[in-house]
Write a protein that binds this ligand. Structure first.
Ligand code: 9WO
Length: 249
């Protein structure tokens, strides 16, 4: 998968490109990450990329020309036809399912993404109408730029690409894969401040452990995110496990 980012703060991406799953995916060749700086495409001696908003008001807007040139450069660098994405609070809400779809699409076809990370008070609207295919939001808050949301998307997608995980199994067991929250996890020591590890996890009974974990996932989702439970169809077994959780509460 090929990801290009348009950002006037390219150094911000050094951190993720050199650590963890993203760095591993890049080294394994399943992911490439290229940053294009609109400042390199500005045509005045100050490399201006921002302009005062028409109509007045506080702050600045990212100028049309350097952005269009940077996006065009990214497009030309792409193998296939890229999808251009603008990160903004006005976009569609990004979630695990969306990440899985981007990862999946990149396997079935040579697909590339161009992520546009805005700054200031936003980008000239004509950049969005003429160059952007999709607008995505990672949540209902305003940040100082689209770089962190870009990295959130890249991280969520990269860990779903084949071979990019330290443990290939863990992506399948992720929270959200089945539309449920994660179950509680424990490691050493067995006792901590009077709290002990649930006995079933020490039993060696794999079926009992799987059932307990499923019951905890269902119970937590029911308690904390009932909206998620409404979106999925539970098996008869899952209905029984959730009933058991409620009885034991
Ligand atoms: C800043 C601002 C200041 C005064 C009045 C209005 C204002 N709007 C904004 C603003 O929305 N700035 C954005 C900052 C411009 C585009 C990039 N920025 C951004 C992206 N902030 N938050 C996101 C974002 C992206 C995806 N998901 C969640 C948040």
């Amino acid at each position: 998968m090929e990801i290009h980012v348009i950002s006037i703060f390219p150094e911000m991406f050094g951190l993720i490109a050199e650590q963890g799953v993203i760095s591993r995916a890049i080294k394994q060749g399943v992911l490439s990450l290229t940053i294009h700086n609109p400042r390199d495409f500005a045509d005045d001696k100050h490399s201006t990329v921002d302009g005062r908003p028409y109509g007045g008001g506080p702050g600045m807007v990212m100028m049309l020309e350097p952005l269009l040139k940077a996006i065009t450069a990214a497009r030309l660098a792409c193998d296939g036809e890229p999808t251009v994405i603008y990160l903004s609070p006005q976009g569609e809400k990004f979630n695990h399912q969306a990440a899985a779809r981007f990862a999946q699409d990149s396997l079935s076809q040579e697909s590339s993404l161009i992520l546009l990370a805005g700054r200031y008070e936003g980008v000239d609207e004509r950049v969005i109408t003429s160059m952007v295919d999709e607008e995505w939001s990672i949540g209902d808050y305003v940040l100082s730029g689209g770089e962190l949301p870009s990295m959130v998307m890249i991280d969520a997608i990269a860990r779903l690409l084949p071979n990019s995980l330290g443990n290939a199994e863990s992506a399948k067991q992720d929270s959200f894969v089945e539309g449920l929250l994660d179950c509680p996890q424990y490691s050493r020591p067995e006792q901590f401040e009077g709290q002990s590890v649930p006995g079933v996890l020490l039993s060696g009974d794999h079926q009992a452990i799987a059932d307990w974990r499923m019951m905890q996932s269902l119970g937590r989702t029911w308690l904390r995110r009932p909206d998620l439970l409404k979106k999925i169809e539970l098996t008869d077994k899952q209905v029984d496990l959730l009933e058991k959780f409620k009885r034991e509460l």
